[in-house]
Design a protein around this ligand. Structure first.
Ligand code: NDP
Length: 277
């Protein structure tokens, strides 16, 4: 049986094994997809022993995406620019390729959510971690102006050098009413891990009422603190990161299974039902 895993910490609530089982059922494949809890010190060793034992692919989640980008022998150009890897592909003879499907996964989900309305002109991403970095390029290539806002400003500087059209929004600006260019036609994305810890962000209500879509990469049965605030403030459409999770998984699946891209919508509906049931 083909062996896959996801490395993370914490990892017990990861839905990746369930998603990949549902994708495999769609195409009549059998696979074993496990969860691997590890630590910063043990990550490299755990990855090496998984692939030595015949593993055919692995995902990487919080907090190992940057470490994974440093560990692999081959990085795809998009993973190199994002300095983030969420998908590991064995190349044989101890060689390992790393790619990131997070950004394309989010873009596909946002395209689905906005439908015929089309992508907004501007996208504001809060955060500068692995997930945030991997979404800059796909949205820029899709024609959006991308703004990045991060609590630690120092993390944004190297990104401006790497992604030339990237615009910076000082984190403090989120605490005040948005300026004119954010009065309409923009999408606000929470790519911080604040929701994971149950924390809200210091953000003025005005940011929610003006956007066409408010998105939190975090997902769960309950609205995150960020989405709760957005709802109270009268935001338009709200979305959590479940759709992104399914889309990034579908892209990883295709990297491991000869380019076969599974259908994502039935899997998203099933997971949503399971989460709220
Ligand atoms: P990282 O640990 O790499 O980055 C965390 C980011 O969050 C940093 O920019 C950090 O800012 C910021 N941050 C953390 N706490 C706060 C806070 N209280 N206030 C303001 N900023 C804060 O995480 P990832 O980029 O890997 O993941 C980010 C989130 O996205 C997680 O919740 C993760 O679960 C989710 N995710 C969802 C996916 C999906 O498919 N739905 C895929 C990937 C990620 P600073 O630099 O100042 O520390």
């Amino acid at each position: 049986m083909m062996q896959f895993t996801v490395f993370g910490n914490p990892i017990e609530h990861s839905l990746s094994p369930r998603i990949h089982q549902l994708f495999a059922e769609q195409c009549g494949k059998q696979l074993d997809y496990s969860r691997s809890l590890t630590s910063k010190q043990r990550f490299a060793g755990a990855v090496a022993s998984f692939f030595r034992a015949g593993g055919q692919g692995a995902n990487v989640t919080v907090p190992f995406k940057e470490q994974a980008a440093e560990l692999v022998t081959h990085l795809t150009p998009r993973a190199a620019r994002a300095a983030s890897v969420n998908t590991l592909i064995p190349l044989g003879q101890g060689q390992l390729a790393g790619d990131t499907t997070d950004g394309m996964g989010l873009l596909r989900d946002v395209e689905r959510l906005v439908g015929a309305q089309g992508l907004p002109q501007r996208v504001v991403i809060i955060g500068a971690g692995g997930a945030a970095r991997s979404v800059i390029e796909p949205f820029q290539e899709a024609g959006c102006e991308v703004y990045l806002s991060n609590r630690s400003a120092a993390k944004v500087t190297p990104l401006v050098q790497r992604f030339s059209a990237l615009k910076v929004l000082p984190f403090e600006a989120l605490g005040h009413s948005p300026s004119e260019e954010f009065n309409a036609n923009f999408c606000l994305i929470n790519a911080t891990s604040a929701s994971l810890a149950g924390h809200a962000l210091p953000i003025d209500d005005g940011w929610f009422s003006a956007g066409v879509l408010t998105y939190d990469m975090m997902y769960g049965a309950q609205l995150t603190a960020f989405l709760q605030q957005a709802k109270r403030a009268g935001a338009g459409e709200l979305a959590d990161g479940l759709g992104m999770l399914v889309e990034q998984a579908a892209l990883a699946f295709s990297l491991w299974h000869n380019g076969h891209v599974p259908e994502t919508l039935p899997v998203l509906h099933q997971l949503r039902a399971e989460l709220s049931g």
